[in-house]
Design a protein around this ligand. Structure first.
Ligand code: PLP
Length: 400
């Protein structure tokens, strides 16, 4: 028996396991201190009432012989896939319901999609970014190259025509930097992918935070994208489904690549085959709750929660503006990304903030080398905690 030794090339522990470990050790040593967590990107507001009601009704259906359901379609129930198709149509994007795949979240699918690709592909990943793209390809032993995101390019790296990549991850609005691409910038990535016969894996988990007029919320708003892109989305941030678990992946029928013998292979067909083999679908109850998100009432309730988080982001952003600290994000994103004060390295700043003001954030180093001197705060806390954390932050800076 031989193990997959690529696992030895992974970082020791998942980023959030390490921040939790350090936070818990601090709490144990200082049980009387109130620690405020603005670190992990988990939501805090409860589910919308229309979502809860839909799930209760679905649970009741499961308790009656006439309406009980067993295994559902692996790709997801038509009622939810059609609701998502209509949601895209309202945003000006035409997709078919059978291009939508319902999943238990974007984390699974951004990781599982790697099943479809040969080991020899060169993977291009922005640095910094959500760590799952790098980790899942490292597990498969693939070659990873990086697109540097930094101050010089406002954390929005653009394609370099002299570099060839086969698979490109894009996360917009970005986790952790909060930076969001405009249409021209995304068009440059689509053009690059088409020219290189490459595939774009577009993670739009934060699309619901895009507020600026004219900014795209889907890669499929860009002409040509259906020939070169898969889009992953999630209800985690849109509707507070981090614990409920539901997301969706759009794999266009136009996405076709030539096999080594020249035969055309449909990526959608391959993904369908993969899902029907390895996945038995999302629970009916959850899918009913998810469908309620896309109703007029559900959308309005979810919007209210997003506005609440955006107001928290503004409170953080205003504090940083007041302090003259340069930051990114916070407008089209729940994340605020800033350069660590005092020229500190990000893990050192994590410990410093925990020690001085008992506020937990996420060290930029956990998202890539370009995050070494940066730090991420999230707006997913309560209003009270966000205000309190910022007043502690102001005090910390005044006393430094
Ligand atoms: N993609 C990005 C960029 C994320 O930041 C996250 C979660 O924080 C996810 C995907 C995971 O989403 P889900 O909860 O749907 O698995």
């Amino acid at each position: 028996m031989k193990l997959n030794e690529n696992y030895r090339n992974l970082k020791q522990s998942y980023l959030f396991a390490e921040t939790a470990h350090r936070t818990n050790a601090y709490i144990e040593a200082h049980p009387d201190q109130k620690v405020i967590r603005l670190g992990i990107g988990d939501v805090t507001l409860p589910l919308a009432q229309s979502v809860v009601q839909a799930m209760q009704e679905a649970a009741a259906e499961m308790g009656k012989a006439e309406t009980f359901r067993g295994y559902g379609p692996e790709q997801g129930y038509a009622f939810l896939r059609e609701a998502i198709r209509d949601y895209y149509a309202r945003n000006g994007v035409a997709i078919d319901a059978d291009e939508v795949f319902i999943t238990d979240g974007a984390k699974s699918d951004t990781g599982n999609i790697t099943d479809l690709f040969d080991q020899d592909n060169v993977i291009l990943v922005p640095d910094p970014v959500y760590p799952v793209y790098v980790d899942t390809n490292t597990m498969n032993g693939r070659k990873i190259i990086y697109a540097d995101a930094n101050k010089e390019n406002d954390f929005l790296p653009m394609p370099d025509p002299s570099v060839h990549a086969d698979i490109i991850y894009i996360c917009s609005p970005n986790n952790p930097t909060g930076a969001a691409y405009n249409k021209d910038q995304l068009k440059a990535w689509v053009d690059y992918a088409l020219a290189n016969e490459a595939l774009l894996l577009y993670d739009s988990a934060y699309e619901c935070f895009v507020g600026q007029e004219g900014l795209p919320r889907s890669i499929f708003q860009i002409p040509g994208a259906k020939k070169c892109a898969i889009e992953f989305c999630s209800l985690s941030k849109t509707a507070g489904f981090t614990g409920t678990r539901c997301g969706y992946t759009i794999v266009p029928k136009e996405l076709v690549f030539a096999a080594s013998d020249g035969t055309e292979m449909s990526v959608r067909q391959m993904w369908l085959r993969r899902q029907t083999t390895k996945f038995n679908g999302v629970s009916y109850i959850i899918q009913r709750g998810a469908a309620a998100v896309f109703t007029e009432e559900g959308m309005a309730e979810c919007r209210k929660n997003i506005e609440y988080y955006k107001e928290n982001a503004k409170i953080i952003a205003d504090t940083f503006t007041e302090l003259g600290i340069n930051f990114y994000g916070g407008i089209n994103s729940p994340y605020i990304w800033f350069e660590c004060p005092f020229g500190m390295e990000s893990w050192a700043f994590f410990d410093y903030m925990l020690e001085k003001i008992q506020v937990v954030g996420t060290p930029g180093a956990g998202f890539g080398a370009n995050g070494t001197n940066y730090f991420r705060l999230t707006s997913f806390g309560s209003r009270e905690n966000t205000v309190e954390a910022m007043s502690r932050f102001l005090k910390m800076m005044a006393e430094a």
